[in-house]
Design a protein around this ligand. Structure first.
Ligand code: PLP
Length: 388
């Protein structure tokens, strides 16, 4: 087997797509040691800095001592504690829905929704740039999938129009797109859904904690109520786990039919306790959210002034376009030489010719760190002839 796999890995390497791990030797703060080299990280999903917040650590520690390290079973057997239930109620009240259901990850929450809800004969309309976990969910679903152009409402409408005879229709979208930093036009999507009798499924992984006055996500940002809201606790919330929020019937249905819920060991109660505290903080930390978006604005404005092409809306995801994969890879390695960690994103993750440096900002980045980032972008950009 090894020979066969080595040959296949060789092809991966030839295509320039070989991946390997890097070791972080410190907690996920803005400055970390990566492979023993000090770096300022501009690629973390820890948007509000909650992953190292002491209140969360303390909550987890307290419950850890009381409940132990593992949950011992799936939620429907021996793995359900008061902390799982408390967290689900907290998520529902945070997302302003009737109920919510916890999963081990956002990935598995997406799988749950897309494999349990749609039936054969239904059609899923999926944005071209949806996250891999939504794409995998669509592939595993019994429904047919039709891909529409990224946030292109005319294309979506045309495709909805052309499938009037299908049984049931679902529009499936990221709330904030993970590689483009664009915000899905949920207001328009909801209007189309209403005109064409479709249901709306939103994956709010990058919007939870970030968008909307209280950080509730794209629903709050657009003042709409999609049928199914999916989220993760692993980004701005700073912990781990995924969830689905919606009506009580939807949640009861998933509890009974979602295989990634039924056949999965639940996350440990200590982790639930940390998430619970995180949601309290998120609702109260409007100022931090504001600071975060101010930092995004500052970085984007400055990079555009320097002459860079920067994509996306006002979200912590800042794609700086580089064109060819080689340029993006070279740029990223130059950044690393200067002590800045930000990955090059290449095909097949993004279309050919649209390779980019994907920067993310957190509320904890200092003004000195941001000033240094901008200085280094100016320097490398001129060295490589990308800007003048
Ligand atoms: C990160 C991410 C997920 C996966 O969430 P995990 O909890 O890490 O499994 C799902 N959807 C989107 C859009 C994401 O960015």
């Amino acid at each position: 087997m090894n020979e066969w796999l080595s040959q296949r890995l060789e092809k991966t390497k030839e295509a320039g797509l070989y991946r390997k791990l890097r070791t972080m030797n410190t907690a996920p703060r803005t400055k970390v040691y990566i492979d023993d080299q000090k770096q300022i990280v501009f690629s973390s999903n820890n948007y509000l800095g909650l992953a190292t917040e002491q209140q969360l650590v303390y909550a987890a520690e307290t419950i850890l001592h009381k409940f132990g390290v593992g949950s011992s079973g799936s939620r429907l057997t021996t793995g359900n504690t008061e902390w799982h239930e408390k967290l689900e109620e907290r998520i529902a009240s945070f997302k302003k829905t009737e109920a919510s259901l916890l999963f081990s990850s956002g990935y598995l929450a997406n799988m749950a929704v897309l494999t349990a809800l749609p039936e054969k004969g239904d059609v899923l309309f999926s944005d071209q740039f949806n996250h891999a976990s939504l794409i995998d969910g669509c592939r595993l679903s019994k429904a047919d999938t039709i891909v529409y152009r990224h946030i292109d409402m005319d294309d979506l409408e045309e495709k909805l129009n052309a499938t009037a005879s299908s049984q049931r229709r679902f529009i499936v979208t990221d709330g904030v797109f993970s590689m483009d930093g664009t915000i899905a036009p949920l207001d328009k999507i909801m209007e189309l859904a209403s005109s064409y009798h479709a249901y709306v499924i939103v994956d709010d992984a990058h919007a939870t904690g970030v968008l909307g006055e209280k950080g509730r996500g794209t629903s709050e940002y657009f003042h709409v109520s999609p049928d199914v809201v999916i989220g993760t606790l692993s980004k701005a919330v700073g912990t781990e786990g995924g969830f689905v929020s919606g009506s009580r019937v939807l949640i009861d249905f998933l509890l009974n039919h979602a295989r990634t819920f039924i056949f999965q060991t639940s996350i440990p109660p200590s982790s639930c306790a940390a998430s619970y505290v995180a949601l309290e903080i998120i609702e109260q930390s409007g100022a931090k959210r504001q600071q975060l978006l101010e930092k995004v604005k500052q970085i984007k404005t400055n990079l555009i002034e320097m002459g860079y092409v920067v994509k996306g809306d006002l979200t912590p995801i800042i794609p700086v376009m580089m064109g060819e994969a080689e340029t993006a890879v070279l740029f990223s390695s130059r950044l690393q030489d200067k002590g800045i960690f930000a990955p090059a994103i290449r095909p097949p993750t993004v279309p050919i010719g649209e390779s980019r440096i994907r920067l993310t900002v957190t509320a904890d980045h200092s003004s000195e760190e941001i000033a240094y980032l901008l200085k280094v972008f100016n320097l490398i950009g001129k060295e490589l002839g990308l800007i003048t």
